[in-house]
Structures are given as structure tokens and as C-alpha cells.
Design a protein around this ligand. Structure first.
Ligand code: ATP
Ligand code: MG
Length: 580
């Protein structure tokens, strides 16, 4: 492949786009890889399309190596399949729904469990047919609440999704392990650094699941890691070790006057100063009211969540715990409809009588005593004992996770970082097979219900993640296998440099390299160098002023090392650098 800057469909931009906040978005737009069409909807220009194709090819090669077989489904799907599993409604506002001219309902596929299950059911019938793994690399549609950061979170994006079909749990575990290994190979080859984290299964149903998170300061996911035992988990999936229940004599409940104590901090100061308690915020119980909507039902339930007062409620953890229910903030008008709930002074003592469901942080064990609201304006209660003065309807993982919290496996302190989800592997189990009645006829003539796994890679997102993880102040820095070309040959000057660059570029192409040559006349060296750095090809060869002395400059974009080399050796040196 030989691309010439003089004719390449490319215009780089000097300034960051106004709507871009994260480096990958800024750089991919400035370098002319992608262009915005609408929020979360992007076009790929030639260089961007090449990177996307390279990522796609690597993902495909590794899926094939594993024994996956590629198929392709439509993105435009009839409602029935998603109705059967409940996801037509469960998916909520994230699903793009539309109607055809006859008024029949359709959707744009956000993920394809239903379709794959149906396909296998159509073709296979005997236990001898299994196991099988099918995949596709296809455009997905999700009407994300917050499309963001260019192609990082799009409303239209490319995903590799695969599905394994097995006859028993051991088979499913094997398929899952194979996918895990395939993802490790894939992301290693792509040059993305990642951490494998325990995950929640969200709207998918099913049990075991892990996410591949690419550490990045701009990531939307938070994950914890234990450097002692290796445990790593998405913050959404972190389980809080519960202390032992407390038995024996407990303090009596007493109601305290606590005027003007709207915050936990003011409450702690007040009770310590005026009531001689000597407590910390961790000994207060903060009660947060939310309304939880079940998508499609139009119904919403009032729910109260109790967490130790030194912690905020982490809304993403709350959402993950309540999925597919969707929590929303309890507004002033909601309080107006619930006179029993005294805003700012809610305590769990009355919730049974009010018929409001109450879920608590796992630290709120039986026998633990708390300072909490007394359900009267300006009053709190101390010595409110769990199991005696109130009984929760269950526990919930909703409190924020903090650096230094105890690892649920070994108890050492956890560290916290941010990351971007690039892959997700799930043991789905039989949820979708049950909905589709997907059975294999067993050796004894009895049906065996098939068990499934579902596995995704964010293909277009991976392009952004690479840009996010690999760039410097000058521009992009692509790993060789995903870079649009191996080498960017820059000719600058009016004394035969452009001709020399063209000859070298042709020579390099003939030797099997993918080459971009900057053969533009009338463009200053400064502009050409800036473009070369912005575009981020791994090797840069400059034919400039030194040509008269027979020298060229070889630059390694990754290490930044610059070297003067004899022009006669340039082709050999570039080939060696690209094959290294
Ligand atoms: P997220 O939590 O980031 O919304 P998800 O858990 O909904 O992602 P999955 O359903 O597991 O995503 O999809 C598989 C993969 O597809 C994800 O690991 C991610 O890499 C990619 N992906 C998901 N949503 C988007 C999106 N809006 N834009 C680009 N890639 C996405
Ligand atoms: Mg996911």
C-alpha cells in the first residue's frame, strides 16, 4: 500500500474541536480520522477506516483461531424476538425503536442474544451438534443517555459479539475460559493495556462475568484492585465484607434535639457538642430516598437505602444493584406526596409502618447501633439498633467504594483506578435458551436445555482506547499492527527531496511495507513534521536538507529516538525498524 499526502482525503486541524474533552476525541478529530455527524454518531475517514479495519482483522483472526464461526445478522430487527425475553421493555430508553410503513414495531439491535439463540434453534437439533460458538462483527445501536468522547461511547458503534452454546455447565465454563484466553491474546496484540475485573451482569441476566477494563484517567468505569491477592473488580461489583452481628446489651434508643443539622457533618458536631456522644460520621446512618422504575411498566416504587453517613451513595453501584430497575432522585413533589417522610430527618424506625421498602449497606448488621433521623423536623435518634428498632428488607451494594477499603477476598487495602470497558464476558446460563425453548435432543431421546455464554468486544471503542492510552503532547502513537501504515516518509525541500522521497516510498512498498509519503509541494517543513507527529505512524523517515550530504533522518514515534542515517541505507533501515 502506498498513500500520497498530495491526494489523500485528509485535512488535519490545528485546533481541538470545541466539543471534545478527552485526548482521544481531540486527536482523532484533529488528525482527520473521524468526523462527527450527530451526538454519538461518527463517520470514518480513510486513515480512521484503516485503523478500524486493522482492529477488526485482529479481533476476527483471534476469534477464528479459537474456533468461532462468523455470521452476520441484520441490525434492523422485528420486535417479537425481544418481546419474548422481555428486553423490548427492559432495555428502556436505550433501545432505538421504530415502525415500518405498516406500523409494525422494529428495533435497531443493541446486542443479539435473542437472534443467535433463534438461529441455533433453527439449524441444530441433536446433542451431537454441540458445542458451537458463533460471532459477528457488526454495527450496534444504543440510545445512550450520555454519548460521550467521540467514538468512545457512541450511539452507533462496532462490536464483536459472540455466543457459546453448550450442553452442560462444564461446557459453558470451558467456552468462557476459551473466550477469556482469546480476549487476552486479542488485547495483547492490539497493544491495549487492561485489567480483568469481576463485573455485574446488568440487564443481561446470568451469573459469572468479567470485564476487560483499559486503565485511563478519562474512563467512566471505576475499578478496584488488590495488590496482595490479585482480586480486581469493577466498583459496581465490589462486595462489602459484612462485620459480625453484635450481640449482648445494646444502648437504649433516645431522641435528641438537633436543630439546624442538615448535613452529616453538622449532625456529628452537634451531637458530640450538645449531647456528649463522641461519634464519627461512620456511626450515623444516612437514608436516601429514590424512586425505582421498572422499564415499560410505568410503575415506580419508593425505596430507601441506608448507608453509613461517612459514605456517599454511588449512583452507578445503586443502578447496578437495582437493574433492570432504574432509580431516580426523589424530588420535592415526591416528598409532598409522602408526608410520613420528613426530609433531612428520615430514620428507618417508621418505614415498616409506612410500607416503604428499606435496603441497607452490608455494614448495617444486626445489633449495630446508629445515630439517624427521628422522623420529626429538627430531631435525630441515637442508639437506633438494627434488628431491634428496625428491620431492613435486605442489603444493597450502593455505598461508594474507597481506596483502602478491605479486599473482600484477603482483607488488605484496595486501590482504586478509572478505566474504559473494552470487553465483557458472561456466563449467561439458560435465560435466553429458556425463552426460546432451545433444546438439544439427548442420546436417550430426552431434551437437554442448552446453556449459553455471551461475549463482547468494543471494536470501534478499541480505536479510541488506543488513542487514549497511546499519545503524547504532539499527537497519536499507533502500535504497528493497528497503524494505518508502517512508515511515513516525509520529503521537504525544493532540491529533489520530494522525488527522492517518492522513490524511497515506492521501494519500501515493493518490499512489502505499508507506506504514506508526504509529497506535497509548497507545504513548509514545520507543517509536514507536525502532521507526521499528529498522525502517529510508528516510523517516520525524513528526506530533507541532508539529502545533498547523502543523509536522511529516521524517527521512532514510540521512543522519540531520532537518528541520522546514510540515504543509501535508508530503505534497509526502515524495513528493519518495521520488522523489529
Ligand atoms: P458500558 O458499561 O460501557 O455502557 P456495556 O456493559 O453496556 O458497556 P456490553 O453490552 O457489555 O457493554 O457490550 C460489549 C462491549 O461493547 C463493551 O465491553 C464495550 O467495549 C462496547 N460498547 C458498549 N457500549 C458502547 C458504546 N456506546 N460505544 C462504543 N462501544 C460500546
Ligand atoms: Mg458490559
Amino acid at each position: 500500500m502506498l498513500l500520497r499526502m498530495s491526494s489523500l482525503f485528509l485535512r488535519t486541524l490545528r485546533d481541538d474541536p470545541a466539543d471534545a474533552e478527552v485526548p482521544s476525541h481531540k486527536l482523532l478529530v484533529r488528525a482527520g480520522y473521524v468526523r462527527r455527524v450527530a451526538p454519538g454518531i461518527y463517520s470514518w475517514l480513510p486513515l480512521g477506516k484503516m485503523v478500524l479495519e486493522n482492529v477488526t482483522r485482529i479481533v476476527r483472526e483471534e476469534m477464528n483461531r479459537m474456533g468461532g464461526q462468523e455470521v452476520l445478522f441484520p441490525a434492523l430487527l422485528p420486535r417479537e424476538y425481544y418481546e419474548a425475553t422481555g428486553r423490548w421493555t427492559e432495555y428502556g430508553d436505550t433501545l432505538f425503536r421504530l415502525q415500518d410503513r405498516k406500523g409494525a414495531d422494529y428495533l435497531l439491535g443493541p446486542t443479539h442474544e435473542e437472534m443467535f439463540t433463534d438461529m441455533v434453534k433453527g439449524e441444530y437439533s441433536s446433542y451431537k451438534d454441540y458445542p458451537v460458538t458463533l460471532y459477528q462483527i457488526q454495527t450496534k445501536y444504543r440510545d445512550e443517555a450520555r454519548p460521550r468522547a467521540g467514538i468512545l461511547r457512541g450511539r452507533e458503534f462496532v462490536m464483536k459479539d459472540s455466543y457459546s452454546f453448550d450442553l452442560d455447565d462444564d461446557g459453558l465454563k470451558r467456552s468462557y475460559e476459551q473466550h477469556r484466553e482469546t480476549y487476552i491474546r486479542t488485547f495483547d496484540r492490539l497493544g491495549i493495556s487492561y485489567k480483568i475485573c469481576f463485573a455485574t451482569s446488568g440487564a443481561m441476566g446470568g451469573s459469572a462475568s468479567e470485564e476487560f477494563l483499559a486503565p485511563a484517567a478519562t474512563g467512566e468505569d471505576t475499578f478496584v484492585a488488590c495488590h496482595q491477592c490479585g482480586y480486581a473488580a469493577n466498583a459496581e461489583a465490589v462486595t462489602t465484607p459484612a462485620p459480625a452481628a453484635i450481640t449482648g446489651e445494646r444502648p437504649a434508643l433516645r431522641v435528641l434535639d438537633t436543630p439546624d443539622t442538615p448535613t452529616i457533618e453538622s449532625l456529628v458536631d452537634h451531637v458530640n457538642e450538645h449531647h456528649g456522644l463522641g461519634i464519627t460520621a461512620a456511626e450515623t446512618l444516612k437514608n436516601i430516598v429514590v424512586k425505582v422504575t421498572t422499564p415499560g411498566s410505568g410503575k415506580s416504587e419508593t425505596l430507601i437505602v441506608g448507608v453509613p453517613g461517612d459514605r456517599e451513595v454511588d449512583f452507578k453501584r445503586l443502578e447496578a444493584s437495582l437493574a433492570p430497575g432504574e432509580p431516580a432522585i426523589f424530588e420535592a413533589e415526591d416528598f409532598a406526596r409522602h408526608p410520613g417522610l420528613v426530609r433531612g430527618y428520615i430514620g428507618p424506625q417508621v418505614l415498616k409502618d409506612l410500607g416503604i421498602r428499606y435496603l441497607v449497606d452490608p455494614r448495617v448488621v444486626d445489633g449495630s447501633a446508629w445515630v439517624t433521623g427521628a422522623n420529626e423536623p429538627g430531631k435525630h435518634a441515637a442508639g437506633v439498633v438494627a434488628g431491634r428498632d428496625f428491620t431492613a428488607d435486605g442489603t444493597i451494594e450502593a455505598a461508594e467504594v474507597r481506596a483502602g477499603d478491605a479486599c473482600p477476598v484477603c482483607g488488605s487495602g484496595l486501590s482504586i483506578d478509572r478505566g474504559i470497558e473494552i470487553g465483557h464476558i458472561f456466563q449467561l446460563g439458560r435465560k435466553y435458551a429458556d425463552a426460546a425453548k432451545l433444546d438439544a435432543l439427548g442420546p436417550d431421546g430426552k431434551p437437554i436445555r442448552v446453556t449459553m455464554g455471551s461475549y463482547g468486544v468494543g471494536v470501534s471503542r478499541a480505536v479510541a482506547v488506543l488513542a487514549e492510552q497511546r499519545h503524547d503532547e504532539l499527537g497519536l502513537v499507533w502500535p504497528r499492527e493497528v497503524a494505518p501504515v508502517d512508515v511515513h516518509v516525509v520529503g521537504t525541500g525544493k532540491d529533489g527531496q520530494i522525488e527522492a522521497a517518492n522513490r524511497l516510498a515506492e521501494d519500501l512498498q515493493a518490499r512489502g511495507l505499508r507506506v504514506l509519503v508526504d509529497d506535497r509541494a509548497g507545504v513548509s517543513p514545520g507543517v509536514k513534521f507536525k502532521d507526521a507527529e499528529l498522525l502517529g505512524m510508528p516510523t517516520i523517515l525524513i528526506i530533507g536538507r541532508g539529502l545533498a550530504q547523502g543523509v536522511a533522518e529516521l524517527r521512532d514515534r514510540v521512543t522519540g529516538v531520532k537518528e541520522e542515517i546514510p540515504i543509501d541505507e535508508a530503505a534497509d533501515r526502515v524495513v528493519a525498524a518495521c520488522r523489529a
